[in-house]
Design a protein. Structure first.
Length: 214
């Protein structure tokens, strides 16, 4: 697809997605999509990805987002891919490109614990996970914790240092130990690993300061 044609199609798709699907959860709003988009642009160009597939998948990756505590949570990525397929079919996209985009979306979820086969799907995972790290990752974590009415931390063992298994359905801070601090080693690409390392060090500094304060 020519770069100028694709750019126009992407702009139209971006506006449609923003107007139709995003009006709620600040941790998964359209600004989240745009941050992941910028991450994907940076990583994708460095790693030689098919940007048509990658950037389209980013725009459509979170069309359906169930709350963290919902029994439907595991269906979010598949339902997003199903919706993405219908949108791209309506726009007359080539079948091969649609399949590649939907594959990226279906595999992007951290909770599914799946390793993609394609570079574009790996980069979508990396770009999405980068937005769970650093300053924005801290903000998103406490936003979700607040919306789910969770306590900040377990007062007897805030940092899971006494053999307690982290439970981020009860304690917001446990999410750092259950997931976030592990993401640096889960990145697929060299570019994303470098970015993740910087953001993880920032979160560790935040946790150290928090420990002093509590």
């Amino acid at each position: 697809m020519g770069s100028e044609i694709f750019s126009r199609m992407l702009d139209a798709l971006c506006k449609e997605v923003q107007d139709t699907f995003y009006d709620g959860d600040p941790a998964h709003d359209f600004e989240h999509v745009m941050r992941v988009y910028r991450n994907a642009e940076l990583v994708g160009r460095q790693e030689g990805a098919d940007m048509d597939v990658l950037l389209t998948a980013v725009l459509l990756h979170d069309l359906v987002v169930y709350p963290k505590g919902s029994a439907k949570r595991s269906k979010s990525a598949d339902e997003s891919a199903d919706l993405a397929e219908k949108i791209l079919e309506r726009k007359g996209w080539p079948r091969e490109k649609i399949d590649q985009v939907c594959y990226c979306i279906r595999l992007h979820s951290y909770s599914k614990n799946l390793v993609p086969d394609t570079l574009e799907a790996k980069i979508l995972q990396d770009a999405d996970r980068l937005d769970a790290l650093g300053a924005i990752g801290i903000a998103r974590t406490f936003s979700v914790g607040g919306s789910e009415n969770r306590k900040f931390y377990n007062p007897s063992d805030p940092f899971c240092r006494n053999g307690r298994e982290p439970d981020d359905l009860l304690w917001t801070l446990d999410h750092f130990h259950k997931k976030l601090l592990k993401l640096e080693n889960a990145m697929h690409t060299k570019t994303a690993r470098k970015l993740a390392k910087e953001r993880t060090r920032f979160m560790e500094a935040f946790l150290n300061q928090l420990g002093k304060e509590i």
